[in-house]
Design a protein around this ligand. Structure first.
Ligand SMILES: [Zn+2]
Length: 466
């Protein structure tokens, strides 16, 4: 017992020593997407967990602490992925409601694997320079994920929503703590928001699913009640809405955040003005639109970053040809049989989604980068670099993309922490990514990572997944 107390003391002294250390990144180019400023030959002084100052030119060595030479390097705020789901692994078995493979791998085994690999997922985010993430919906144990992440040094900062409030249920995901809860009346919605509020969620999430049995107007009173009750508790609301009229209804009812792009038709000027007037933040999650179809039709296009930094077990599972044909669900059989149709559906989605994103960006709407990682084929961590490629295809400049994943994303993260991340400024939290090549020349360089700094602690990139 005595030994244990002594050990705790020693450990806490070590931790304090790490955090109290003053370090300076000397001679690099600081890129601050918040205001688009680029400072060559800059020195970033970090004291403990905070950025003390950013200075130009020669500095008095006595004020710098330990110096880390950064000549030729590019220093950015740590990236933020504003749309992930920790309850999903990204593997083939993680959404039995979409592709039931319980006969190959029972969903309860999948959930157990997910829960036992949280630290692995956290480290993969850090390896990708992602120092904060927003989990936009999952079971109540999401709140434990946030607690664990915030107590773990080698992990991103985590903001969370609880279970999704939905017009439809997903029984196959319900093992006692369902990630999606069907709500039938405004009173039920208010009661559920009050239950969520006890957990202090960073967001409340509505899954506004519309089809012929669930028209936009039928669920709208529940959307309204959810917004009113959440806002009364000072909690923001994020809404999944992928059709123009669903998204319009969500914003009219007061959505703070729209998740996913509008993919059914081109957005109109009235919609753009609506988002502008309401200061709505939009998170496009482009990558997820290709990954279900590509995985199911055996056309997966994982990037080199995903191959290197994604979880190998997750990636190995995504080869549908390894599943015995008699165990494949119809949806995958169809996708395999009609590859062309699957691929042309993805192409059509981007033909609408990418111009919609460009139109919103040009109009000055706050766009926050996010991937929907954890869904089948969307890899926790490096999926963000595929998202950057797609944002580039939409016509965004490297600086705009970097702004989406730093300063804008911090606004979506929200709260006290959201006000202290996403910028390289005096007093901000020392969450940084240091690159070997200039991301303003080519956004592909955003993954050319030399080191990652989280909460003032330096991690050489190559050491993170070892
Ligand atoms: Zn999602």
């Amino acid at each position: 017992m005595k030994f244990r107390v002594a050990l705790v003391l020693v450990l806490s002294l070590v931790t304090t020593a790490i955090h109290a250390e003053k370090i300076s990144l000397v001679g690099g180019t600081v890129i601050n997407p918040a205001d688009g400023k680029v400072l060559p030959n800059a020195t970033v002084v970090i004291d403990g967990d905070k950025i003390e100052r950013v200075a130009m030119g020669r500095q008095d060595a006595a004020t710098l602490g330990k110096q880390i030479p950064c000549v030729g390097k590019f220093i950015l705020p740590g990236y933020i992925d504003t749309h992930v789901h920790f309850f999903q692994s990204g593997d083939l078995f993680t959404r039995p409601d979409g592709a039931d493979l319980n006969s190959v791998r029972p969903y309860k085994d999948e959930v157990a694997w997910v829960k036992s690999h949280l630290n692995d997922v956290f480290e993969r985010y850090l390896r990708c320079g992602i120092t904060s993430v927003v989990d936009v919906g999952g079971p109540f144990w999401n709140f434990e994920v946030r607690k664990t992440a915030n107590e773990t040094a080698k992990a991103p900062r985590v903001a969370v929503a609880g279970p999704l409030i939905s017009s439809v249920s997903r029984e196959k995901l319900d093992l006692g703590d369902p990630p999606i809860v069907k709500i039938d009346t405004p009173d039920q919605a208010r009661e559920f928001v009050r239950k969520l509020a006890q957990q202090k969620p960073d967001l409340v999430k509505i899954w506004y699913i519309v089809d012929k049995d669930h028209p936009v107007e039928s669920f709208r009173p529940i959307v309204r009640a959810t917004m009113e009750e959440s806002h009364a508790h000072k909690i923001r609301v994020a809404v999944h809405a992928t059709e123009l009229e669903t998204a319009r209804a969500a914003v009219e009812e007061g959505a703070d955040v729209l998740v996913h792009s509008v993919i059914d038709k081109p957005i109109d000027d009235a919609f753009v003005k609506l988002l502008k007037d309401h200061h709505t933040i939009l998170c496009p999650t482009l990558v997820v639109f290709e990954r279900y179809g590509r995985t199911f039709s055996h056309q997966l296009n994982l990037t080199p970053e995903e191959q290197k930094w994604g979880n190998p077990e997750v990636i190995a599972s995504l080869d549908v040809t390894k599943i015995p044909p008699d165990k494949l669900p119809q949806r995958i059989k169809d996708a395999l049989a009609k590859t062309d149709e699957t691929m042309s559906r993805i192409k059509k989605t981007y033909e609408v989604a990418l111009p919609n994103l460009k139109k919103l960006e040009d109009a000055g709407i706050t766009i926050a980068a996010g991937t929907d990682a954890g869904n089948i084929g969307t890899i926790h961590g490096p999926a963000l670099f595929r998202e950057f490629q797609l944002m580039k295809e939409a016509g965004l400049t490297p600086m705009q993309i970097l702004q989406c994943t730093t300063a804008n994303a911090a606004k979506l993260f929200g709260g006290d922490i959201g006000g202290r991340i996403g910028k390289i400024e005096d007093g901000y939290l020392a969450d940084l990514v240091v690159l070997n090549s200039n991301p303003l020349d080519d956004i592909a360089h955003a993954s050319d990572i030399d080191m990652v700094i989280k909460n003032g602690v330096v991690y050489p990139a190559a050491s993170i997944l070892q």
